[in-house]
Design a protein around this ligand. Structure first.
Ligand code: NAP
Length: 557
């Protein structure tokens, strides 16, 4: 354990920790536990006033997971989960946030966490093999290991529409939702966007608002969530089968607690295909994708059959044929990340919900009283801009993180992310990323578990071998980055950038298009990670303290 006063330039006394962790979501909490378990000191900085990460910030009406609760939790402790009850299949944001509060307090991690503190910069000092982390609040500390757990969705796309400052009503960005309740009763509400966030807000707000209008540029395949309260019998069953559920998530292609279909589209006749699709639709959530055809994300025919089935469901639910057609996507399922919602399509049968298509005529400007699209003006009291995020790479690239010789992540990732296993980079010694780019596109907690376990194994290996510094080898990083494209090219998602998918960096004008995730399946990824650790980390470059400082001396000489 190393937690002592350090001196920088012999003037500033800085606190030193073995590790600094950025972010108190699933990744940060799990990392804090790993450090505690290993007897390493840590300081976790979190911008919010409590733990939760995504589930702290995204407190908008209707926010809930689209993963089943029993597969959306910490997997390292059966005991922790024995004492916790999930009341719903897909819990609301506050249930998930409370679970994280419970876990942190139960594991006594809070003492090492500092809230209301946003990290501004993290600079690597090669001469001393230390990271200096500085917060916006003006505090600086040093550490040996820098652990980023900033998550995928820290940077919301802010509305840059002309006239926004003149809007006389209230306006909100969902991931900066106020803690005080927003009253929608009797209000005219406009929602800009039709992604996962927007569809959850619409279905919730429609119950109280006078009128809700959604501005849709691209329709989505919104999976019916089929949420339900979990009764005591199901709770008992899930607890009893905790280990089996973990095994399921480790094997399932996107790390969900479900079993992938083994039936290829061409294996069965048309009647059986329709039965399978109907069963998937009834099962709810992502089961429509994973429990239908094994080749749904790689075989155009299978995918198109699912698309047409889905479009017919929309047509059968939405009474107004013109609205139904506007809601029907014309691209393959999974080219965009499908949202999950409850009674989304049904909402458009309410007299107080309407849809405005902005695919051909864009929003021109925000007027003092509303929104202007072409020649049409729409009056609103409240506007919600659910326009997505500078996802996955944005949160780290927007921090001032500098590795060897002052190289910034912004420079390193200017054409897209470069990592090995999504966890380490070259030129950024002793920096570890949890839920970073180039990890699987999947349910997050199982990946967190795998990454943090691996980081713990790596630190033990370093201690055992007397290494002070580690980073990815440039060759391993280059090969991993190339693999991302090779893998996605084997799936229909290779064309996702054409649909402005955020997981290809394609939702933000000017952001380089790059494959932000590993598309080889979560199970294959977990195997890669384990293989690297079991083989003694052959893709990494280790140094001892003397080698670290001699490298610095030779460079500056
Ligand atoms: P998103 O999926 O990127 O959706 C953003 C929406 O804003 C899209 O409909 C986009 O249209 C629209 N948009 C952007 N700029 C626009 C403009 N200038 N004019 C009109 N429309 C515009 O973002 P999100 O809904 O926040 O979701 C992001 C991700 O967060 C999800 O995919 C999911 O992974 C995660 N999430 C998860 C949950 C959950 O677990 N339940 C809930 C919410 C979010 P285009 O499609 O045409 O670009």
């Amino acid at each position: 354990m190393n937690n002592k006063e350090q001196t920088q330039d012999n003037t500033l006394p800085l606190k030193h920790y073995d590790s600094v962790i950025i972010g108190a979501g699933f990744g940060g909490i799990r990392a804090a536990y790993e450090m505690q378990k290993k007897g390493l000191s840590s300081r976790l900085f979190e911008a919010g006033s409590d733990v939760g990460g995504t589930w702290y910030w995204n407190r908008y009406p209707g926010a809930r997971t689209d993963t089943e609760s029993w597969g959306y939790c910490f997997f390292f402790s059966q005991e922790l989960n024995e004492e916790w009850d999930w009341d719903e299949r897909m819990p609301t944001w506050d249930q998930v946030q409370k679970y994280m509060v419970y876990a942190v307090d139960r594991l006594d991690l809070r003492k090492n966490m500092q809230f209301n503190t946003r990290v501004q910069s993290a600079h690597y000092d090669e001469a001393n093999n230390l990271w200096t982390v500085t917060t916006q609040q003006g505090e600086s500390v040093t550490c040996q290991y820098l652990i980023s757990a900033v998550g995928w969705f820290e940077e919301p796309c802010k509305p840059a529409f002309k006239g926004i400052d003149n809007f006389k009503g209230e306006w909100y960005v969902p991931s900066r939702w106020p803690k005080e309740p927003v009253d929608f009763a009797g209000k005219k509400v406009g929602i800009i966007g039709s992604g996962s966030t927007a569809v959850q807000i619409l279905t919730s707000v429609a119950h109280t608002a006078e009128h809700v209008t959604m501005f849709q540029r691209t329709p989505n395949y919104v999976m019916p969530g089929r949420n339900y309260p979990v009764d005591k019998f199901e709770k008992q069953f899930k607890k009893k089968n905790f280990q089996a559920i973990i095994e399921q998530t480790r094997k399932q292609v996107y790390a969900f607690p479900m079993v992938d279909s083994t039936i290829a589209y061409d294996d069965v006749d048309e009647a059986e295909r329709q039965r399978i699709l109907e069963a998937g639709w009834e099962a709810g959530g992502f089961r429509f994708i994973f429990e239908t055809f094994s080749d749904i994300t790689v075989n155009e025919k299978a995918n198109e059959a699912a698309c047409e089935f889905f479009r017919n469901k929309i047509r059968s639910i939405v009474k107004d044929p013109a609205t139904a057609e506007l809601l029907c996507p014309d691209y393959y399922i999974a080219l965009k990340r499908p949202p999950v919602s409850n009674f989304y399509y049904e909402s458009f049968n309410r007299p107080n919900v309407s849809l405005v298509d902005v695919s051909k005529t864009a929003i021109d400007e925000i007027l003092p009283n509303g929104v202007k699209v072409g020649d049409s003006e729409y009056d609103f009291d409240i506007l919600v801009f659910a326009m997505g995020f500078d996802a996955v790479t944005g949160p780290l690239m927007n921090l001032d993180v500098r590795g060897r010789n002052g190289l910034t992540i912004k420079e390193k990732w200017q054409d897209g992310p470069h990592t090995h296993l999504g966890i380490v980079m070259d030129d950024f010694p002793n920096m570890f990323i949890i839920t970073g780019p180039q990890t699987p596109f999947s349910n997050v907690p199982p990946v967190v578990e795998s990454s943090v376990t691996w980081i713990g194994q790596l630190i033990s290996h370093m201690k055992q071998e007397g290494y002070d510094s580690v980073e990815g080898s440039p060759q391993a990083v280059a090969e991993w980055t190339t693999l991302m494209k090779t893998l996605v090219d084997q799936t229909l998602m290779r064309d996702s950038a054409s649909q402005r998918a955020w997981f290809m960096g394609a939702n933000i004008p000017g952001k380089p298009h790059a494959v932000l995730f590993y598309f080889g399946g979560a199970g294959a990824y977990f195997d890669e990670v384990d293989k690297e650790a079991d083989a003694g980390f052959p893709s990494l470059v280790f140094s001892k303290a003397s080698a670290v400082s001699s490298k610095t001396i030779s460079r500056s000489a």
